[in-house]
Write a protein that binds this ligand. Structure first.
Ligand SMILES: [Zn+2]
Length: 201
């Protein structure tokens, strides 16, 4: 079975920004990516006092909405083994993209969260924007950051482990500077694991 990736904008997240990232990911994977209709912002995890959402409940509620979110369009070249015209209800990995700021306990904030067992992940663009750090906007850098985080989160959602290769998007990163250092691609081994699912040795 071929790789099925779904990407879902959340709330007021700009659909064009999400589609641009999806197109990059489709190109890197050489597979189509299904863009779903936007999900409403979950109430779960809302912390008005912090102006943030707790990432775990936020992702969990999004996952519950998934069955009600039809595929809006597919991006990327159709691969020979893609099921023609089908819009699969399930995906091997699903990524939600939000502009809501997320946090986990004991953190100021996080870039996202991953539920490997459920094959879903969420990334927030809030901390990828230079504006968050009171710096001049840098749209190209922000786009690259979103793609790198998405490559990492999708692969972890699919079950791939971190990678020790500094030339691979699966290198675990904690800071924005680390994200900026790693490339917008998988190493050959991770690409093979991601596209074939052959990661359980
Ligand atoms: Zn790798």
């Amino acid at each position: 079975m071929d790789l099925r990736i779904a990407i879902v904008p959340v709330g007021r997240m700009d659909p064009l920004e999400v589609e641009a990232a999806a197109a990059r990911i489709a190109k890197i994977l050489n597979r189509v990516v299904a863009l779903r209709q936007p999900a409403p912002v979950p109430k779960a995890g809302d912390d008005p006092a912090r102006g943030q959402h707790l990432a775990g409940p936020f992702l969990s509620e999004l996952r519950g909405q998934l069955a009600r979110l039809p595929v809006a369009k597919t991006v990327g070249a159709v691969h020979a083994s893609d099921p023609a015209g089908e819009t699969p209800a399930v995906a091997d990995a699903t990524l939600f993209v939000t502009d809501v700021d997320l946090y986990k306990q004991q953190t100021d904030g996080v870039f996202g969260d991953i539920d490997t067992a459920a094959h879903v992940a969420v990334v927030s663009v809030r901390r990828l924007r230079e504006a968050f750090y009171k710096r001049k906007a840098d749209p190209a850098r922000q786009r690259a950051r979103l793609v790198k985080l998405a490559l990492y989160a999708l692969a972890r959602a699919r079950g791939l482990p971190d990678c020790g290769d500094a030339g691979c998007a699966m290198l675990a990163t904690a800071s924005l500077a680390d994200i900026d250092m790693k490339p917008e691609k998988y190493c050959a081994a991770c690409w093979r694991r991601m596209t074939t699912g052959a990661y359980r040795l």
